[in-house]
Design a protein around this ligand. Sequence first.
Ligand SMILES: [Zn+2]
Length: 394
Amino acid sequence: MIVYEFKIKGKKHQYQAIDEAIKTGQFVRNKCLRYWIDGQKVSRAELYRYNTTLRSEYPFVKDLNSHACQASVERCWSSIARFFDNCKKQIPGKKGYPRFKKNARSVEYKTSGWKLLDPKHIEFTDKKGIGKLKLIGTWDLAFYSEDKIKRVRLVRRADGYYCQFCISVDVKDELSPTHQTIGLDVGLKEFYTDSMGRTEPNPRFYRQGEERLKFYQRRVSRKKKGSINRKKAINKLGRKHLKISRQREEHAKRLARCVIQSNDLVAYEDLRIKNLVKNHCLAKSINDAGWYQFRKWLEYFGAKMNRVTVAVSPAYTSQNCSNCGAVVKKSLSTRTHICACGCQLDRDKNAAINILNRALGTTGHVGTWILDPNASGDLSSTIAGSPCDSKIGL
Ligand SMILES: [Zn+2]
C-alpha cells in the first residue's frame, strides 16, 4: 500500500459538508463502542448489523456512504481488537481500553461514494453534499487504474483539508546487496550511534520550536473561552505543531531510507517508548528526536527494499562488553566503556556493536512492517508487537 496525499480546494459549504461527514463517522464509531461496552461479548458481525440499524434510525447516518459507515465500524473494531491483543500479550501498564472519540479528524471512504473526474478532481457522490473538489499536489493518479485505489480518506488539519488515496501496489525496489550490516544505538546526546562508531546528530526541531509553541500556547490561554480570537489562536498553535511534526517526520524518513539503502541488515533496540517516556527527564528528548518515527520508517523501507530489519531486546546492551561479553556496570553519565579485557570504546559504539551481534545471533525478531505507515490518517502505531500508541497528530 502506498498513500498519496493532496490538499483540497473547495468552497466553504463543501468544507462544512466534510466536517459533517467526519462527525457522522465519529458518531457511528462512538455508537458502536457504546453498543460493545453495554452488550455482552458483542462480535464484529453484530457491530456490522448494528450499523444497519443506525442507518435506518438516523437519516444523517444514511446520508453518509454505506461503505464509509462500515469503515467507521471497522475503526471501532480495530481499537477493540487492539485492546484484546494487549491484554492477551499481558503488556505491562495500561491496556488501551477503547475510548470515545471527541475530536475525530478524518473520515474514510472505500471504493464507492466517490469518483475521480480526472486526475485533479474528485467528486463525492453520497448525500453529504461534499460534491466536486480540486486536488492540489504533484502526484499523478492517472498512473494507477481506479480499482487499485482501495481507500479515500478526507482529513482535517489546522491548515486545511486533505484527501488521501491508499493505493494497492506492490512496491519492491530491488537493490543489490551491500554486504554491510549495522547496529544502531539511539541516544539522547546523538540521534544514533552505529556499530562503526559513526554518529548522527540530533535534530531537535522540537526544542527549537518549543519557544514558539510556548508563545502561541500563552496566547491561547489569554483569550476568552469561546471567543473568535481564541479560535484563531488555537489554529495558529495547531499550525506550529503541524510544522514541527512534519519536519520530524521528514527527517526520520530521509535518514531511514539512507540507512536501509546502504545496509543489508539493520539492527536496533526494541524499545518500548511507553516505558521510556515514563522517565520524565528523558521524555522530551526521546519524543523530540522522533526515534519512534525513525523505527517505523526503517521497517517500512526494509520491507519495501527487501532488507532485513531486526529489533533486539534492549537488556544490557550498554552494560555488556562487546568484545568479551563481561558485564561492565556504568551509569548514564559514563561515556566510555572500559573493560578488563582491554576493550576501550565509546559507550554508544559498544552498545551498537552489542545490538548488531545480538541481531546476527538471531536473538531478536525480524521487523514485520506490512501496513503503510500513514494507515490511519494520524500516526498511531501499527507495528506488530509494539504497544506504543503515541498519537503524534499530523
Ligand atoms: Zn571485555
